[in-house]
Design a protein around this ligand. Structure first.
Ligand code: GLU
Length: 379
């Protein structure tokens, strides 16, 4: 699996489950293990990769800090336990990453933040800024306000949505098991680990069963759900054991794990989604200079926009046309139609002033832009 070496990836989301982080007997964080994991993360980060952590443990840690009895917690109890646990969790991550000179930034998200377009874009730009500043976002569900009807409940799927939101190219689920087996390994001694899943088929889903350990909500089933979300968003995923020290180093050294491959190259899959699945809500006509910039792989800046047509909201798909209205590409626009109209043709700093915000510089960020054929006239 050398072609899938972690060093190949540029933006990696690492999901750490409660049962790895918290010692279920002592009810405390497994400090030595976490320190070793932080060293692995610092290694990847130090080589210029972006790393995001999705960390569970708020409820489990809160529960032990509050000395709550074992057994199922009522909704308001788990919300309150999460309030106590999350603050402790954030402190621990901040410490172990800080020891490597890395700033940790806590991001608590709810289901709506990943599903509603405006909030999604908002969370996404915060994460992008943290990464630009070389901080490591430490993300969890906001369990203190999440209710049963409107929550993920498991961080496997949350991590997959975060990976897609952050345009990551790899999602690593560190688990209490080292991968997907063709039968439940605790019941069947002949169960075999599947090293590579090229596509999540019904057979693969059937293998996932429903096993879940005591501390985490997610069993293999939510991991397969996560694999579906990740691989259809152009992100490779892997499940590896987090039970050993230096679990990421172990993967790099060729340790056992299960890879789930995204069918396309990540950029292509996301761009296909932008180009193909979204109904364009408007059109931006751009000048020849901007056409050349886009074809060179750059973002679309307000300065290059000549005309704005249609009623679109921030985050909607729009068609980008050249001066002679020839289609250049499609993308997700960072401003709504009214604001786009106000800032078209202006420099990014003028644009920020006009809108009274220190806005995003791009009209369409290049990650959100699909440019058609690279040849032809200047549009
Ligand atoms: N968000 C939950 C917590 O931090 C964990 C969910 C999970 O274990 O997947 O306690």
């Amino acid at each position: 699996m050398s072609s899938l070496h972690l060093k190949r990836f540029r933006r990696i989301v690492v999901k750490v489950g409660s049962s790895l982080l918290i010692d279920s007997d002592a009810g405390e964080v497994r400090a030595a293990w976490l320190t070793a994991l932080a060293a692995d993360i610092a290694g990847l980060h130090g080589e210029g990769r972006d790393v995001l952590i999705v960390s569970s443990g708020s409820i489990a840690l809160g529960r032990s800090r509050l000395k709550l009895p074992r057994g199922t917690l009522k909704l308001e109890e788990s919300q309150a336990a999460a309030a106590v646990g999350q603050i402790a969790l954030a402190r621990i991550w901040s410490k172990v990453l800080g020891d490597h000179g890395i700033g940790a930034g806590q991001v608590l998200v709810t289901l709506q933040d990943t599903e509603e377009r405006r909030r999604y874009l908002n969370a996404r730009s915060t994460i992008a800024k943290l990464l630009e500043w070389r901080a490591v976002p430490v993300i969890n569900e906001n369990d203190t306000v999440a209710t049963n009807e409107i929550r993920y409940g498991d961080n496997d799927r949350l991590a997959a949505r975060v990976a897609s939101m952050a345009s990551a190219d790899l999602l690593i689920l560190l688990s209490d098991i080292d991968g997907l087996y063709d039968a439940p390994p605790h019941l069947n001694p002949d169960a075999k680990l599947i090293p590579l899943v090229k596509r999540v088929t019904a057979d693969i889903e059937a293998m996932a069963g429903s096993a879940a350990s005591e501390l985490s909500r997610g069993g293999m089933r939510t991991k397969i759900e996560a694999a579906k979300i990740a691989t259809t968003s152009g992100i490779h995923m892997l499940i590896a054991s987090g039970k050993i020290d230096h679990p990421l180093q172990a993967v790099m050294d060729g340790g056992r794990c299960t890879w789930f491959l995204t069918p396309a190259n990540p950029v292509t899959a996301r761009k296909r989604w932008i180009a193909g699945s979204l109904e364009p809500k408007g059109t931006l006509i751009i000048d020849a200079g901007a056409v050349a910039a886009l074809r060179a792989g750059k973002s679309l800046l307000p300065a290059g926009v000549i005309r704005v047509d249609g009623q679109f909201a921030r985050g909607d798909a729009v068609i980008v046309r050249g001066p002679n209205t020839h289609e250049i590409g499609r993308g997700l626009v960072a401003y709504d139609a009214d604001d786009a109209e106000k800032i078209k043709g202006r420099s990014s700093s003028d644009a920020a002033q006009i809108l009274g915000i220190s806005g995003r510089a791009e009209m369409i960020h290049r990650d959100d832009l699909v440019v058609g054929g690279q040849r032809g006239d200047a549009g």
